[in-house]
Design a protein around this ligand. Structure first.
Ligand code: G3P
Ligand code: CA
Length: 248
């Protein structure tokens, strides 16, 4: 198959197989692998700031406990977000979205997932992106359609992608028309539902196909070979090697 050499190898929460997810260490690891796209997740703090963390609680990935949204930014910054992964990462911090954008501007393309189902979060994230002059370096994604409706209305200059289907649900063909009606840039199917036929159909309708949920290298290869345009992946170094072998 001939395809352009711009496949999006997106380090999922950074190179999260090798460093604590959603930290500078994980993004730096991606860069060191030659990968310049990362995915990250955002939530609100109790004082209305936007922070980069996946879960709605801090328990799994820090030495703290409780909901992210019950903590101020200062409280979240004081937590250790690295030692759960390995002692060498002690001192890694939860970062605000602004800190991440400032630190990686010009070096990383960001796939920003609006994770918390909070009205206004997508728009405030867009304000932050605009504030750093990074509208050309961010795609906004979400499983939660209202966040995408919000961003389409508030920041139509930002590319958007809908993560579908959630959990282990089957593919729903109505996602395609819904994505087109909303004017989304990407449809982001779970990798295990992707087939060459589905990719061709989505491409024919003008949608970029960016997959997620890559559990292993076999699924990585299958999704690439189906013709997808990009994927989030915890082990982007394996994808670098595969793309090189394919001369892609
Ligand atoms: O690329 C999308 C993917 O990040 C969605 O899953 O659980 O990692 O947010 P999750
Ligand atoms: Ca995510």
């Amino acid at each position: 198959m001939t395809r352009p050499k711009n496949f999006m190898n997106i380090a999922h929460r950074g190179a999260s197989s090798y460093a604590p997810e959603n930290t500078f260490a994980a993004y730096d690891k991606a860069l060191a692998m030659g990968v310049d796209h990362v995915e990250l997740d955002v939530h609100y703090t109790s004082d209305g700031q936007i922070v980069v963390i996946h879960d709605d609680r801090v328990d799994r990935t820090t030495n703290g406990s409780g909901p992210v949204s019950d903590h101020t930014l200062a409280q979240l910054r004081s937590l250790d977000a690295g030692s759960w992964f390995g002692p060498e990462y002690t001192g890694e911090r939860i970062r605000s979205l602004g800190e991440v954008l400032e630190h990686y501007k010009g070096r990383l393309y960001i796939h920003l997932e609006v994770k918390a189902r909070a009205e206004g979060l997508a728009s405030r994230a867009a304000d932050t992106v605009r504030g750093y002059g990074m509208a050309d370096s961010v795609t906004v994604t979400s499983f939660w359609k209202p966040a995408l409706e919000e961003i389409r209305a508030y920041a139509p200059e930002l590319p958007t992608g809908w993560l579908v289907p959630p959990g282990q649900r089957p593919w729903d063909p109505s996602y395609v028309q819904q994505a087109l009606d909303l004017g989304l840039t990407q449809l982001c199917p779970r990798a295990d539902v992707v087939t060459p036929e589905l990719v061709a159909d989505l491409h024919g309708k003008g949608l970029v196909v960016r997959v997620w949920g890559i559990a292993d290298e076999a699924l990585m290869r299958r999704a690439f070979d189906a013709g997808a345009d990009g994927m989030t992946i915890n082990f982007p170094d394996k994808l670098v090697a595969y793309l090189k072998a394919k001369d892609a």
